[in-house]
Design a protein around this ligand. Structure first.
Ligand SMILES: Cc1cc2nc3c(=O)[nH]c(=O)nc-3n(C[C@H](O)[C@H](O)[C@H](O)COP(=O)(O)OP(=O)(O)OC[C@H]3O[C@@H](n4cnc5c(N)ncnc54)[C@H](O)[C@@H]3O)c2cc1C
Length: 486
């Protein structure tokens, strides 16, 4: 069977094992893709005693994980939280994630993740990932080498009333984006563990046996097709699908207007292969959408309004929550109103869309219905002067009347769009087994990371994706390694 090299766009057909005359190589566990999920699966499968072969379509491992900011969402009382003086527990973390990762969060996965989060922290450290016991209070994304920060809505209404807030963002200690540092550590650990790696090798299709399920894969390596046999299981760790415009148009059309972020290889190939083998994909419409102009933290004192000049959210929510509401409920046309006292020029991909000496001028420049913005700001300023926000409950420290002209409206233009990546993917059990639409498992097939639907059913907290990829990647690798083959 000859398939074209390059991008898959529809469900990938499987190949029957009975049609394969000779296997070119074999292993216990075959891992497809070597980002954070694939590396973690490889390490745990090896630790469980399996022979592991990892194939990677790029010249080396890393994937989107290596381009990320290196933030993990971890809690329940990690040594970093404790050293920085924050109290947390698995139950508080669970309450928060159940309330914020919805609608329809996967309770079983969230429970397991919270109960084992401290253990996962130690596993990462044991595999060379470094965190620093220092708290970054100036925002969500430390560009210093500090590790701990708030990376979600823990302090914002209504979540602060639903669970005791604690910072759970754990950024790999490094100045600037630290995903590269993270992947250096995990790939070095793979080398030491003796995982065999086939670079420049793109997996094209899965091989199935009528009785034993998924038993291997057909790959294309340096222009040649090769058949790889997996004695125990195959782990799909190929990342999400934000770079596959056809899949985005079909499954997540609302983010077509956003800026896709992630490597070119985030083309959904693993999801399509999993579908071809009988798996189900769920929450395919769910995406991270970042509203890039509600950060840095001082801009939380601004007022976020829609096309009608009305507020729609407390401005101290996390930028991903603001992004979801702005795109999904307001059609993406929103503006952050600031005055001269709080305006901070930043290098973020936002723009000053209009400037005015008063709200009447801003309204006219933004084509907002007359008197609407004026009314919103009059009400906001009156409440803020009393330290109150009865409409949306923004925290008092961000409530400052906007009274210092000139006033400006920040927003996105055609060029500066909201960054986005996908959160949906193959439906998996907490142990990584891929599930069929009727609730059975696809024997021998596992998925993790961006290729699987993870903890965030929508509402996104930064760090969730790398935690998802590594935590559930580990489980998928271990489960595949332990599989008893009929
Ligand atoms: C700019 C940016 C910053 C981010 N920052 C954070 C952050 O700080 N914290 C966080 O939690 N999340 C972050 N994310 C999201 C996070 O990086 C991803 O969700 C996560 O890295 C996914 O890991 P993965 O292992 O599933 O995929 P990847 O890391 O993308 O790994 C998949 C690998 O599979 C390979 N591959 C793909 N298809 C095939 C195929 N058919 N055959 C063989 N190999 C294949 C790819 O080349 C790649 O190496 C960020 C994303 C971006 C874009």
């Amino acid at each position: 069977m000859e398939k074209p090299e390059g991008r898959n766009v529809g469900m990938s057909e499987t190949q029957w094992a009975s049609d394969i005359a000779n296997w070119d190589d074999e292993t216990d566990v075959l891992v497809i893709g070597l980002g954070a999920a694939g590396a973690s699966a490889s390490l745990e499968a090896t630790a469980a005693g399996a022979d592991v072969l990892a194939v990677e379509c790029a010249s080396g491992g890393g994937g989107t994980s290596a381009t990320s900011h290196g933030q993990f969402y971890l809690g329940g009382g990690t040594p970093i939280q404790q050293a920085c003086g924050f109290e947390d527990s698995p139950d508080e973390m669970f309450a928060y994630l159940m309330a914020s990762c919805g609608p329809g969060p996967d309770e079983a996965k969230i429970r397991m993740f919270c109960d084992h989060s401290v253990e996962h922290f130690h596993w990462l450290v044991d595999h060379g990932v470094k965190f620093k016991a220092s708290f970054y209070a100036d925002g969500t994304d430390p560009m210093t080498d500090d590790s701990l920060s708030y990376t979600g809505n823990e302090l914002a209404h209504p979540w602060c009333e639903l669970a005791r807030p604690a910072p759970r963002g754990h950024t790999v200690a490094h100045e600037g984006p630290s995903g590269g540092r993270l992947m250096q550590s995990l790939l070095a650990a793979i080398g030491s563990a003796g995982v065999r790696v086939l670079p420049d090798t793109r997996c094209q299709t899965l091989v199935v046996d009528r009785n034993r399920g998924v038993v291997g894969a057909v790959v294309r390596s340096v222009g040649q097709q090769r058949c790889l046999r997996a004695r125990r299981g195959v782990v799909l760790a190929t990342g999400g699908f934000i770079q596959n415009a056809e899949m985005v148009a079909r499954h997540a059309p609302r983010v077509q207007a956003c800026m896709p972020t992630g490597c070119e290889t985030d083309d959904g190939s693993g999801i399509l292969m999993g579908l071809g083998a009988g798996g189900e994909a769920i929450r395919m419409e769910a995406c991270l959408v970042v509203l890039p102009f509600v950060s840095p933290i001082g801009l939380r004192r601004g007022v976020l309004v829609n096309r009608q000049g009305q507020r729609f959210v407390n401005e101290d929510v996390y930028q991903a929550r603001a992004g979801e509401l702005a795109l999904y409920a307001q059609g993406g046309e929103v503006y952050l109103i600031v005055d001269d006292a709080i305006f901070e020029p930043t290098d973020l991909p936002s723009e000053v869309l209009a400037v005015g000496e008063d709200m009447t001028e801003l309204e006219a420049a933004l084509d907002i219905p007359e008197a609407s913005l004026t009314h919103t700001l009059e009400r906001y300023n009156r409440d803020a002067a009393r330290g109150e926000d009865p409409l949306f409950h923004k925290a008092p420290q961000y409530l400052t009347p906007l009274v210092h002209p000139p006033f400006a409206a920040l927003g996105c233009s055609e060029e500066a769009r909201c960054p986005s990546f996908t959160l949906g993917g193959l439906h998996t059990k907490p142990n990584g087994e891929v599930v069929t639409p009727d609730g059975r498992i696809v024997p021998g097939l596992y998925a993790a990371g961006g290729a699987a639907a993870g903890l965030a059913a929508q509402g996104y907290n930064s760090g969730i994706s790398l935690s998802d990829a590594t935590f559930f990647g580990r489980r998928a690798g271990a489960e595949a390694a332990r599989r008893k083959v009929p």
